[in-house]
Design a protein around this ligand. Sequence first.
Ligand SMILES: NC(=O)c1ccc[n+]([C@@H]2O[C@H](COP(=O)([O-])OP(=O)(O)OC[C@H]3O[C@@H](n4cnc5c(N)ncnc54)[C@H](OP(=O)(O)O)[C@@H]3O)[C@@H](O)[C@H]2O)c1
Length: 287
Amino acid sequence: MGAGNEGAGEVVAAGESAAAQALLGRTVASFAGEMYAQFRCVPVAQCVPLPANVTPVQGASCFVNPMTVLGIVETARAEGHAALMHTAAASNLGQMLNRVCLEDRLDLVNIVRSDDQERLLRSQGARFVCNSAAPSFDESLSAAIAATNATIAFDAIGGGGLADRILAAMEAVQARKATGYSLYGTSTRKQLYIYGALDTSPTILRRNYGAAWGIAGWLLPQFMQRVGPETVARMQRRVMDGLLTTFASHYAEEISLADALDVGEIMRYAQRATNRKVLIDPQKSRD
Ligand SMILES: NC(=O)c1ccc[n+]([C@@H]2O[C@H](COP(=O)([O-])OP(=O)(O)OC[C@H]3O[C@@H](n4cnc5c(N)ncnc54)[C@H](OP(=O)(O)O)[C@@H]3O)[C@@H](O)[C@H]2O)c1
């Protein structure tokens, strides 16, 4: 299987078209797949020229996480939600989402699983951070939902009972505001998108949140197809404008292509832990 969703590099050869020739010598990024390679031939339409001051390392992750963050915000807005919630929120993507929400003045409830992660996000300006490992989690979650009126959540974890607790907390907050009792719960729509699988165990739902709720999968390529090229281009322009700031990814280390196939290395870089992202540099020789 060709691996590697995205990458960036210098154009060293190009086809005859004027558009392709114009890219010769430029640094471009691509989301064409099979990007873990020293050389990759991709259609010109799938190349995004990076600004002149951006290196391949800085542009290597300019699609998946940045566009997902903007896609999450677009989805929340299009569905009419006032604020949103996010799990595994200290992830690379979560820190980016926090920066975008601060820029857009959109309330974000961050759910993390340790004190360190809570400190990390608060040091980056996050106002609402709930630690699922703390005994006071349910109260802090309810307080954050009440303060923001969040009715949509994006869940990168998927397995276990957290999605259920989020929906239950949303409904409990809405029920407090209800003027009368209904057997079917409140009529406020509560939505949760599972967009990651950090926990591959079954998703446990107790369904104690009435009838106005939904759970669905969420995937960037499907979202881009749904919203169409104009919205995608607008999102991409914003990413390019903030590539070295809002949308910057940080790497704990850089490894070679050969290292990427080493079982010991795989065990390390497959951990998906906070601030431990590894960059594959295909031009690097093996350590
Ligand atoms: N659907 C899409 O289109 C799409 C696009 C992009 C990314 N994603 C998803 O977005 C998520 C974040 O990506 P990323 O690259 O930003 O990740 P990342 O930087 O590697 O961070 C992963 C985070 O998840 C936490 N975590 C790992 N396992 C967990 C578990 N079982 N329960 C709770 N937290 C857990 C880690 O915390 P610890 O340090 O405590 O382990 C860490 O903070 C991933 O699930 C990825 O698949 C989805």
